[in-house]
Design a protein around this ligand. Sequence first.
Ligand code: HEC
Length: 165
Amino acid sequence: MRKLTLLFCSLFVLLIALQSCNQAAPEAETWESEWLGQTKQEVIDNAEEQFQGFSRTMMEVTYRYQELYWAGMDENWEYAEYQREHIEEALEQGFVRRPERELSSRQFMNIVLPDMEKAIESKSAERFMQSFTQLTNTCNTCHQMEEVAFMTVVIPKNRNTVIYF
Ligand code: HEC
């Protein structure tokens, strides 16, 4: 009986020893990177800095705003809807980086962009122009609310696009 107890005890000790071997200290994560950084914090800081804030978003929105206009002038409704959707997506991505901007854009996001969708669906040049004018005014409403009123958006005058219909 004693021998059996001894055997069980040794087995138990052996199991515990094996277990602790498995739990060796985790190796530090390493990776190769040209400029992104050598520590997790450096990588996070660099990625955030490279994505930048809202001016990046606005540069994309401005390009798409102009394309939307000329798509409407061409009555290329598929391209117009494509650009309208991408304006929405660009702004949503911008709010992830700068959530404090979202409040001032409510009218633009919740009223004007959905109205533009309907205008595009209607395939009426007149209805499009009506919605586009409202859209332009609402760009400026947000600029006023965000204290960049000196950036006044006006309806594009010159065509600068490679997409023709
Ligand atoms: C959140 C509300 C908001 C809406 C909606 C908005 N903007 Fe802006 N816009 C801003 C803010 C804030 C800045 C300044 C960004 C900064 O300081 O980083 C800006 C800057 C700009 C700039 C200057 C970008 C640069 O750095 O060169 C342009 C151009 C611009 N907006 C165009 C537009 C157009 C066109 C629309 C409508 C289609 C629009 N914006 C809608 C808030 C908005």
